[in-house]
Write a protein that binds this ligand. Structure first.
Ligand SMILES: Nc1nc2c(ncn2[C@@H]2O[C@H](COP(=O)(O)OP(=O)(O)OP(=O)(O)O)[C@@H](O)[C@H]2O)c(=O)[nH]1
Ligand SMILES: [Mg+2]
Length: 291
């Protein structure tokens, strides 16, 4: 269902603009409220990719068949929850005995630009990080490393694994120290751009924190529609606040894009700049109408 109240509120500050510009902004704004994020999932087999997706997302999953031939080897799934949807892409390759570089580079060149974020799952007890490093450097390359969120899963299996405190679902001090070493190894080898986090999907440890890092690593336009797909217990106040703020920023970004169009005259550019702050704050106020 559309939420006309939200759109009406956004229209108000646009009243001073020529109709064509106003409609263009509204069209972009409508698209923003319906944006479908595309999230890639990477990691070796058994790292816990499927388990993590199930623990994060509430929506019904349907396989997507409308993909081009060159991306056939990646599996696309669409999640629906309420008015919003999200696409998960199960990306192949990491951990193969031999990376068929050229083939994967071609595959990834097609897919990477359309991804909003890549969740890269690494098992806490996996010591063969060189495989991940090779893939990260040579297949992803510099241009897309900012899209990667490394997640260390199966923290409960960190040595000494018998020490996991089941009563309060926490790692022992020695496990915490070993997880810190893992952070250190990954940081040194991969030099990730986004912060790393450790989780245990099986015991549900640190998932809330991981979700908060995930939304903070997403582009502004993706945060709100992604948050709409999360299980309700993961939609924390912090997640909602980030989503609301990002939505305002994305609305502001629309005005910047329109103002920068060569066809827009100087006086109209200046009008757009004058109403920008109002649009951003109204977008934040009407966030609940859309998400
Ligand atoms: N102990 C423990 N086991 C986990 C955790 N997360 C996932 N597992 C288990 O690890 C196994 C592999 O998990 P999946 O989610 O199927 O892994 P995947 O990365 O999707 O594997 P592929 O689909 O083969 O690439 C399953 O038996 C999970 O139950 C965790 O945090 N701790
Ligand atoms: Mg799987």
């Amino acid at each position: 269902m559309t939420k006309p109240d939200g759109l009406q509120a956004i229209e108000k500050p646009l009243a001073s603009l020529p109709a064509t510009i106003r409609n263009l902004i509204l069209e972009h704004f409508r698209a923003l409220t319906k944006y479908e994020p595309v999230i890639g999932i990477m990691g070796k087999t058994g790292a816990g990719k499927s388990s993590l997706c199930n623990s994060l997302f509430a929506g019904n999953i349907t396989p997507v068949s409308d993909v081009t031939a060159c991306t056939r080897e990646a599996l696309y799934f669409r999640l629906y929850n309420g008015n919003h949807s999200l696409v998960l892409v199960d990306l192949p390759g990491v951990g193969e005995s031999e990376i068929r570089d050229e083939k994967y580079k071609a595959l990834y060149r097609n897919i990477l630009p359309e991804l909003d974020l890549i969740i890269w799952v690494i098992k806490a007890d996996d010591r063969a990080l060189a495989v991940d490093e090779n893939f990260y450097r040579h297949v992803l390359g510099n241009s897309f490393q900012n899209k990667v969120l490394f997640v260390i899963n199966q923290a409960d299996k960190t040595e000494p694994c018998h020490e996991w405190n089941s009563a309060n679902n926490q790692p022992s001090p020695q496990q915490i120290a070993n997880l810190a070493l893992k952070f250190h190894d990954i940081t040194r080898l991969l030099q990730p751009i986004n912060p790393i986090c450790a989780i245990s999907v099986k015991t549900n440890w640190n998932i809330t924190e991981m979700v908060e890092l995930m939304v903070e690593s997403l582009p502004d336009k993706s945060t709100s529609p992604l948050s709409a797909q999360l299980h309700s217990h993961l939609r924390s106040e912090r997640v909602k606040e980030t989503a609301r703020n990002d939505f305002g920023n994305a609305a502001g970004g629309i005005l910047d894009v329109v103002a920068s169009l060569p066809v827009v005259s100087r006086p109209v550019k200046s009008l757009i700049h004058q109403i920008r702050d109002a649009v951003v704050s109204i977008a934040r106020c009407v966030w609940d109408f859309f998400f």
